[in-house]
Design a protein. Sequence first.
Length: 355
Amino acid sequence: MSTLHREDVRDDGQGSRLLNDFEWPARIALCAALGLATAANITALLVPFMEIREFLHKTESYELPEAVKLMWTEGLPVVAVLIVSFSIVFPFAKLLGLAICLLPRWRRRERRARMLRLLAELGRWSLLDVFVVMLLMVLASDQWAVGTDVKPGIYLFMSAIGTAMAVSDVLASRAEALEPTKSGQAERSRAIARLGWFGRIGLPLLLLASFATLVGAIGTPFLKIEQFLLRGYSYSVFGAIRTLWESHREVFATLMALLLAALPAVRLVLLAVALAAKASDAVRSGLLHWAGLARRWSGIEVFGLALLLVLVEGRSLIKTEVLSGAWILLGAIAANTALTFAFSRLVRGIRGGTA
C-alpha cells in the first residue's frame, strides 16, 4: 500500500489533516480554488476596477492602491485604513487561514472548526470595495457630466472573494461535521424551552423588527444627488438595483439584489420557520444551518459601511444628501445584528450551524 493511501485511510483522530476528509477530486478542486483565488486577488491589485470621467477633468482610474493613497493624502486616514484592512489585507489573510486549516495537521479539531467558522463569518466584509464601486456606478448613471466604465479588476476581485467565501463554507461545514456532539438528544430538544419568555416573545419581536426594517431599507431612498449640472436623482436599494439593470450592468444588479434583498429575506423566513415549527432537532438544525449560510452571504452591514465611505470619499466626485432611508438601513443593520446574537442562544444547544 502506498504512503498516500495509508494516509487516506488513517483514522480521523487527533492531528489529522482536514484535506484527508475529502475525496481526491474534491481535494484537487479545493487546492485549485485557493490557488486561483490568490492569483486573482494579486492581479486585481495591479489593474483598475473602473474609470471615472468628469466634465473638464481627465479620466481617472479607480484601483485599490491608488484609492488608498488618495484617501491618505486627502486627509482621510480612517477611510484609507478601512480600505486597506477589508479589501487588501483581509482577503489574503483569509486565504492564508484557509490554507492553514486545510493542509497542516491540527491537534485540536474544535480549534480548527472555530477558526473556519470565524473566516466564514468575516468573508463578506471583503466585498466592501465592490459595493463602493456599485454605488459609484449608480450615482454616475444617466449623468452627462460624470460617468463610469467598469474594468477587469472588479471582476477579478469579485471572483476571488466569491471563491474564498465558497471554500470557507465548505471547509467550515466539514469541520463542524467532524466535531463530536456535546449534548444528548433530550438536552438539545429542550433548547427552545430553555429560552423561556425571551424565546416566546423576544425572538418573534426581533424577527418582526428585522422584516420591517429590511423592507423599509430596500424601498426607502437613502441618498439624493445634490450637485450643480447633475440630475438630482434619489436612490433606494431597489432603485439602485433597477438603475444598474437599466444601465446594462446586469451582473452587478443581480449581485446587489441577492446580497441585499433575497438572501436576507430567505434567512428571516428560515429563522421564523425554525422558531415556530414543531420540528425534530434534525430539521431545526438544517433550517438554522441554511439560515446561517444565507446570513454569511448577505451584505447589509457591508453595504452600510460602503455607503458611509461613498458619502465621505465620494463627495469630491458627486455631492449627495442623506435621506431617511439611510437611517432605516442603520436600523436594519442593528436589528440584524441583534437577531444574530439572540439566535446564538438557541443554537448553542443544537448542532447544525449558527443563525
